[in-house]
Design a binder for this molecule. Structure first.
Ligand code: PLP
Length: 309
């Protein structure tokens, strides 16, 4: 029985992270000196976009997909990145090499609309160009989660319609997710299972959500959740390996009868779900999740090998 809270982003403590260098607009700063202005659009309003990426053997996993999402998001909100994907790659490499990092590294790359001339909302008040920050940490997901699984609670906070704040924006403003996370914590769970505006099961506050029913893999339609890079990889890998996979509406009724459930995200790849609202998921055996984990591991290794040339 688990007693303390776990999250899908729990990493092993690594003392090297006290001495990392952080990229702030081209400069590499020690952690304590890596700061942005209190007039920054990200701090004032959550007006910025970010990507979470992982490094394996010197290669940024699925870099192209991350850049597709990032540049699409920035374009959609009129945020001028100020460089192209090669420029972002070079900034990542500069940070990586300065830190002597090779593998088991997590990166949070953040771009905001930059410093404002006054502390108000209008985007035109950001006049000095965007702020680019890159934090890279030594990071290994804790093994405990991979075996014990995570506990979810369904929460009142829902994912909204795309015309309020489209869930596909990986924006600095994550209040919707944070509220859901707080509600899950109150319910004694590790992470929140969120519904869509129609009551169908959608996503968690930080990862995409899948169930396995009668040997089929189901995930939400994708209309109200983050267009996760790992989510798409899992769907593609299932299709290629002959595992029936469906993006469809389903309810908590069908979740209750699932044999397996797992979450996807760049950090934890596929994290099994142990229980939802206090009810154990299936009988605890996870053959389909294990098969998908193995497929993902192999696809990642192939990607890394191809990039290394
Ligand atoms: C709300 C949410 N869902 C899902 C994901 C997983 O996406 P990915 O697989 O691209 O890491 C993220 C990651 O940023 C997220 O913030």
């Amino acid at each position: 029985m688990q007693t303390e809270h776990a999250t899908t982003h729990d990493a092993l403590e690594d003392p090297r992270n006290a001495d990392i260098l952080i990229y702030v607009n081209g400069a590499l700063k020690p952690r304590a000196e890596a700061t942005v202005s209190v007039y920054d659009s990200g701090f004032l309003l959550g007006d910025g976009m970010w990507e979470g990426m992982r490094l394996y053997d010197g290669v940024w996993a699925f870099f192209e997909e991350h850049m597709d999402r990032f540049f699409d998001s920035c374009k959609a909100v009129g945020l001028d990145v100020g460089t192209d994907r090669q420029g972002i790659f070079e900034a990542l490499e500069k940070t990586r090499l300065a830190n002597g990092m090779v593998t088991d590294v997590h990166c949070r790359m953040m771009l905001t609309r930059g410093v404002k001339v006054r502390p108000f909302q209008h985007p035109s008040l950001s006049r000095s160009g965007p702020t680019l920050v890159i934090i890279m940490e030594h990071s290994k997901p804790v093994d405990r989660l991979a075996s014990a699984g995570i506990r979810l609670a369904t929460v009142p906070q829902v994912r909204g319609l795309p015309m309020s704040q489209d869930a596909k924006y990986n924006s600095h403003s994550k209040l919707n997710c944070v509220l859901a996370c707080l509600q899950a914590e109150q319910a004694g769970a590790d992470e929140a299972l969120m519904l869509d505006p129609h009551g169908f099961v959608n996503t968690t506050n930080a990862c995409n959500f899948f169930i396995v029913r009668r040997g089929e893999v189901w995930t939400s339609t994708g209309d109200y959740c983050m267009n996760g890079v790992t989510r798409q990889k899992v769907i593609d890998l299932c299709r290629a390996d002959g595992i029936p996979v469906f993006e469809k509406n389903f309810s908590l009724f069908e979740v209750a009868g699932a044999e397996e459930a797992f979450l996807t995200g760049t950090f934890g790849a596929q994290t099994p779900v142990a229980a939802i609202d206090g009810k154990p998921v299936g009988d605890g055996s996870r053959p389909v999740t294990a098969r998908i984990q193995a497929l993902y591991k192999r696809a990642l290794a192939e990607y890394v090998a191809a990039k290394q040339g």
